[in-house]
Design a protein around this ligand. Sequence first.
Ligand SMILES: [Zn+2]
Length: 286
Amino acid sequence: MPELPEVETVVRTLRPQVLNSRIMGVELLRPSIVLSESLPLESLCGCRISAVDRRGKLILLRMLAGERQEAGQKPDCLVVHLRMTGRLMPHPAGTPPHAHTRCLFHLEGAQGASVLFFDDVRAFGVLFAATNTLLEAWPFWRELGPEPLAVPPDALARQLSPRFAGRRGAVKSLLLDQSVLAGIGNIYADEALFRAGIDPRRAAQTLDDAALVRLCRALQEVLRLSIAQCGSSIRDYRDANGNVGAFQNSFAVYGRGEQPCRTCGRSLEKARIAGRATVFCPHCQQ
Ligand SMILES: [Zn+2]
């Protein structure tokens, strides 16, 4: 599943291709991918894409209403959650949909016409045309935890401290909880915990301030390193140009169960935490 670095890479590669383009038409091929709270996707027609942002693992295409737009509620943004296998990619106008294309957005921009595909093999992805009010009312949005890269590590640790206090659950489970911290999934939880020297099974409430700062610093380091390498491509992930990331070549623990620890040389262990495969070094992580 794309996590923060992969979604950030999609945003950065998509932005120059669609910014200021106008949505001329929408073809929804799989209606079930639209969130029940969403305005009809046709309401996006006539809107201009005024910004491409990220919040956690969500992509936000901000919209400005067109002058000749029909009456009715105007969306302020299109929210895209790639979930497992979603992809956003622009193609030349007239490109026919792929086997797994779930929605097409016909765009008119400075460089002419194009079509933005939302492809999704598993079709678990989500599209949500929202006004600001609808977005604020969406529980997933309202409950999203802090952005891991928005503040320095000590400030992030202060934001996380009350969320970890009194929590007996494994620290890894909390890192995966989007209401505790936004944007983290299995890869970056494991990599950050290894870098911080913290056992993923440890009860969250046992982390003192120093350990929490160490964890936040490690999180920011792995996220930034991955963004610099355009994310990690394990299976399906591609950026908005169709390119793969390279950070999978730098994994210290993820997917390396029973291989030697890069620090101490001992065998890495595998465990199941929050239902997710977890790899760690019992010697280097305490
Ligand atoms: Zn080790």
